[in-house]
Design a protein around this ligand. Structure first.
Ligand code: SF4
Length: 410
């Protein structure tokens, strides 16, 4: 742990000799990486400094990716020294990184001790008519408590919430990976889009996620367009309403089933907040500021599970369910993980599902599977690295004992 010795209290019973061990108190440095502008302003005021220093330092951290206060050339030497003593700029530790041939990049971060303290971040590039996009899928929790039946993260159980510096640190590292050898003055942010869709349910780590998204949108930091920051939730209804009040970002829903019976099974939080409540919350979210481009529609994520949720009748149910909700539908071919009780729907089945929805007037896309050579596809976050917790073991045992019932057709 990086901590600075700021005081020493020497405990001694007799005269100090060279051989007497000196005990020192260490005070952890304050990590500035995850502080929003209001927090940084308050911090500088506690140091007896002017608030505008916050904006200056934010730019150095999030636009020039500088971690050494000595490089912050528009800040006085005296203040730089003070900052050096009491703060740090520290991203989470990268323990594994892998860059795929198709441009996909993946990082595994250690955010604590033990095998379960790992989170993963994936960056997926895509060519569009308007240019290249780089979308970063960010994690918000270590593991997840919600236990969706098709999700490898859910099988790892919940460890803890990530802190704002651990969340924004994923964006910082991804950007920094494109500019390690670039001189400070020429550095540019490379990540164009963020989706809060990695490990964890972001709305169950609300304050840290909100604070991180403020930093993403802040012109003194990443200055991202609100259309390009998407929060994806499995449906924590009260927090969707709260989000609508607190920030303007795009919303995605991990739907995965068009009726309550099936969704209760695939996405268990549906038992608490069934579809009727969820759809109503989405309608309120986009009604709040319907002219804003980030809120003209909700993105519906739908993982395609062979023989489970991919039947023509499911497509018809989707049409009915979403008829009053401006939405774009993204069909996700399932990526099997070890001991997964499902298989990916056939290509024909996915295309036919898409056609039914498109014919009904929905914009419906099929997500390209990317980064398969580095195990970076969605739904596999950290599955390979940290699938060792109790729930994973229990799950494996259940599968081995044949106690997992695979859904039959419909
Ligand atoms: S799909 Fe999302 S909410 Fe469900 S278990 Fe996985 S990480 Fe958690």
């Amino acid at each position: 742990m990086n901590s600075e010795v700021v005081a020493s209290s020497v405990k001694q019973d007799g005269p100090q000799s060279l051989s007497t061990p000196v005990q020192v108190e260490t005070v952890p440095k304050v990590n500035l990486l995850g502080m929003s502008r209001p927090q940084l302003e308050a911090f500088f005021e506690t140091l007896g400094e002017k608030k505008f220093r916050a904006g200056q330092v934010m730019k150095w951290i999030h636009q020039f990716f500088v971690t050494d206060f000595a490089e912050m050339s528009n800040i006085s030497g005296k203040l730089r020294e003070k900052l050096e003593q009491v703060c740090e700029i520290k991203a989470p530790e990268v323990v594994h990184r892998n860059y795929s041939k198709d441009g996909t990049r993946k990082w595994v971060f250690r955010v604590g001790e033990g095998a379960g303290s790992l989170v993963e971040t994936v960056l997926i590039p895509a060519e569009h008519k308007t240019g290249l996009s780089r979308t970063l899928c960010i994690s918000s929790q270590v593991g997840c408590a919600l236990d969706c039946s098709f999700c490898s993260t859910g099988k790892q159980g919940f460890q803890r919430d990530l802190t704002p510096d651990e969340i924004i640190g994923q964006l910082w590292v991804a950007n920094h990976s494109y500019m390690e050898d670039v001189p400070v003055a020429e550095r540019e942010r490379s990540v164009t889009n963020v989706v809060m869709m990695g490990m964890g349910e972001p709305l169950l780590n609300y304050d840290a996620v909100l604070s991180s998204m403020y930093i993403m949108l802040d012109d003194f930091a990443y200055g991202m367009s609100k259309r390009r920051v998407t929060l994806s939730t499995s449906g924590v209804v009260p927090k969707i309403d709260q989000l609508g009040k607190d920030i303007d970002v795009a919303l995605a829903i991990s739907l995965h089933a068009p009726n309550d019976a099936l969704r209760n099974e695939l996405v268990p939080i549906n038992k608490k907040y069934p579809l009727e409540q969820l759809i109503a919350a989405c309608q309120r979210y986009i009604a709040k500021n319907g002219n804003e481009s980030s809120r003209r529609h909700v993105t519906i994520e739908y993982v395609m599970l062979d023989g489970v949720n991919d039947h023509p009748e499911h497509a018809q149910q989707m049409i009915k369910l979403l008829k009053n909700l401006p939405s774009k539908i993204n069909l996700i071919p399932f990526n099997p993980f070890p001991h997964a009780p499902y298989e990916r729907s056939s290509r024909n089945r996915i295309i036919s599902f898409q056609k039914t929805l498109s014919d009904a007037g929905f914009v419906c896309t099929i997500r390209q599977t990317r980064g398969d050579d580095i195990d970076a596809a969605c739904g596999q976050l950290v599955g390979q690295v940290a699938d060792r917790t109790r729930r994973a073991e229990q799950w494996k045992k259940k599968v081995e004992e044949g106690n997992v019932i695979l859904r039959s057709q419909g």
